[in-house]
Design a protein around this ligand. Structure first.
Ligand code: PMP
Length: 431
């Protein structure tokens, strides 16, 4: 595969951009080699600067549920740009967007638009602190909630990929206010809560983790957290930046039947444009300025082009339940194909899978939390990643990421991924 243009671009990029990229995981450091620079994408395919075609499994880290450059979203954006790009003033589409989100996610009574998942989570904990009058938060080891200071403690995704789960630059004061517990460990949460009675404002988690690779909550874990939060007056925040509108119309919370106090949403609700949102109980959201005293603002929040893209996407998802049937089918077909291949090859790697999200971990032990995710053979993952890339499959370049399927993938595409997986495993293990 010729990737000369990408290599040249990366050379140049490193002169002007720290590490040559605008978000760390993109640099391929965890898997070695030089990143491919993307030129375009359509449907299930993504194309690099050298003209190589790949089947897409990143999908902008989640939002491209319908595949790339979907005609409906393209048209909505084209229509919107006729009327200028930003007003910094209220618009009709923001109201429609809020109404739609509230109708699709029953736990959300009021919602505020922001520009990224990071802003959504930062703002959600601020309002939780204002509402409760408490300072501390609990997060889970290996969960990633964007790059807000409070969350760069035992963080997942790029933060763990680059060995900086606790980032320099975060003050001791902020770090002291972030308590961490192992994922899927209710007892640990109980102990933290008991040791910090009346000091914990919020508990935030990914209801299904995407950022230590795909990790599922064990039976009763989410319900147990809900109970602790109810008993202790703690605001339960589900970070559905990856899972919202993907795992079902109402996100992971609908799938698991759990009602959070606040929900954070991201990239998906912009159909790929820079958008985030946080929302939940009116009683809490009414603390947000100008309804209440907790300040949070944004010139570009509710940006008209981003709202047009997001509305087109969410309306489509709302009106086409078959999207979710297809995402389940595609995920099940891929998972059963991977399992059959592993059986055939006598391998026992752990495949975590739910709906259209999955991660193949290079360990034979169950992966249920951060330490078990980190037990994976990262060198082997790097080899696997490159073997897949060479076969035209574009995956997240780290073991600590989930893959995301889109409805643009046909059964034939899924079968191609399954064959590439089998061939890649044979190749890297010399089977
Ligand atoms: N929360 C979760 C669960 C995420 O996966 C991410 C990003 N992948 C974020 C928050 C941060 O979102 P953003 O990158 O848009 O700031």
């Amino acid at each position: 595969m010729n990737t000369l243009t990408s290599q040249q671009l990366f050379e140049k990029a490193q002169h002007y951009i720290p590490g040559g990229v605008n978000s760390p995981v993109r640099a391929f450091r965890a898997v070695g080699g030089s990143p491919v620079f993307i030129k375009s994408a359509k449907g299930p395919y993504i194309y690099d600067e050298d003209g190589n075609e790949y089947i897409e499994l990143i999908n902008s880290w989640g939002p491209m549920i319908l595949g790339h450059a979907h005609e409906l979203i393209q048209k909505a954006v084209q229509d919107a740009v006729q009327h200028s790009f930003s007003f910094g003033a209220p618009t009709r589409r923001e109201v429609e967007m809020a109404e739609l989100i509230v109708s699709m996610v029953p736990s959300i009574e009021k919602v505020r638009m922001v520009n990224s998942g990071t802003e959504a989570t930062m703002s959600a904990i601020r309002v939780a602190r204002g509402f409760t009058g408490r300072d501390k938060i609990i997060k889970f080891e290996g969960c990633y909630h964007g790059h807000g200071d409070s969350f760069l403690i035992a963080a997942g995704s790029g933060a763990v990929t680059f060995g900086t789960p606790d980032s320099p630059g975060v003050t001791r004061g902020v770090a002291n206010d972030t308590l961490t517990a192992p994922y899927n460990d209710l007892n640990a949460v109980r102990q933290l809560v008991d040791a910090n009675k009346n000091h914990i404002a919020a508990l935030i988690l990914e209801p299904i983790v995407g950022n230590m690779g795909c990790v599922l909550p064990e039976e009763g874990f989410l319900q147990g957290l809900r109970k602790i939060c109810d008993e202790e007056g703690i605001v339960l925040i589900l970070d559905e930046v990856m899972t919202g509108f993907r795992l079902s119309k109402g996100g992971a919370q609908e799938r698991f039947g759990i009602t959070p106090d606040l929900t954070t949403l991201g990239k998906i609700i912009g159909g790929g444009m820079p958008v985030g949102a946080y929302g939940g109980k009116a009683e809490i959201m009414n603390w947000v300025s100008p309804a209440g005293p907790v300040y949070q603002a944004g010139t570009l929040s509710g940006n008209p082009i981003a709202m047009a893209a997001g509305l087109a996407m969410l309306n489509y998802l709302n009106e086409h339940p078959e999207v979710y049937t297809r995402l389940e089918e595609a995920g099940n077909r891929l998972a059963s194909g991977f399992r059959t291949s592993m059986q055939k090859l006598g391998l026992n790697y752990t495949l975590n899978h739910v709906g259209s999200m999955y991660t193949l971990f290079f360990t034979d032990q169950p992966v249920t939390d951060f330490p078990s995710a980190k037990a994976s053979d990262l060198i082997l993952f790097g080899k696997y990643f490159h073997a897949m890339l060479n076969k035209g499959i574009y995956m997240g370049p780290s073991q600590f990421e989930s893959m995301f399927l889109s409805t643009a993938l046909t059964d034939d595409h899924i079968d191609t991924i399954v064959s590439a997986n089998e061939e890649s495993l044979k190749e890297i293990l010399s089977l």
